[in-house]
Design a protein around this ligand. Structure first.
Ligand code: ZN
Length: 198
């Protein structure tokens, strides 16, 4: 059986670790990179190294940033509102609507007992710490309307209740099972405006 030469195999194996990329796609990307001219491949590799080496999690909201605190945490925004999202890229989906001017908090995932992801694996302690400062008046839980997202939202609303703040969920209008990132700005805007109190 013919195997790809070792450096190509290694490239394919690394590409396959990316969510959504299967064996066939990994092979296609690897061969595209290697035949499209060395410079493109080197530029891509350098961009990955640069992004990996020069970004980190914001100590306040856990967004991915190159400055501490991140641009959103340092901006003149409504400090009384925190919108809780699952992934850093969810922030950009919400920012595109131009409707939300509060702060964010990134959980870096959702509760998933099957995959062994409990509250301690998420950035929930950091959120509690922010709540304890007493500045926050509303927490908007903007997790995906999936089974795991719902479980995460319920868990959060339970532990946040003691802070006596308004807790709302924005999932209204989002199609069942839709991932927040794949929903367009108009849908997110409608959901944000029609958020329901928990
Ligand atoms: Zn931040």
């Amino acid at each position: 059986m013919y195997n790809f030469t070792p450096p190509v195999t290694r490239l394919i194996e690394e590409l396959r670790k990316i969510p959504g990329i299967g064996r066939k796609s990994a092979q296609r990307i690897a061969f595209y990179l290697l035949r499209s001219g060395k410079q493109d491949a080197v530029n891509l590799a350098n961009a990955i190294i640069d992004a990996a080496n020069n970004t980190f999690f914001c100590s306040q909201c856990y967004n991915i940033t190159a400055v501490e605190p991140c641009e959103i945490c340092i901006a003149d925004r409504e400090k009384t509102k925190i919108c809780v999202v699952e992934e850093p890229f969810n922030i950009y989906s919400i920012e595109k609507t131009n409707l939300y001017k509060g702060m964010y908090h990134v959980l870096h995932g959702h509760l998933s007992p099957i995959r062994g992801i409990g509250p301690d694996e998420l950035k929930i302690p950091g959120l509690i710490k922010r709540m304890e400062k007493g500045e926050v008046e509303e927490v908007i839980i903007a997790v995906s309307p999936t089974t795991e997202g719902n479980a995460t939202a319920h868990y959060l609303s339970d532990i946040l209740r003691k802070f006596k703040v308004k807790i709302s969920r924005f999932a209204l209008g989002l199609p069942i099972g839709a991932d927040l990132d794949y929903v367009d700005s108009v849908t997110i805007a409608r959901a944000l405006e029609g958020r329901t109190e928990l």
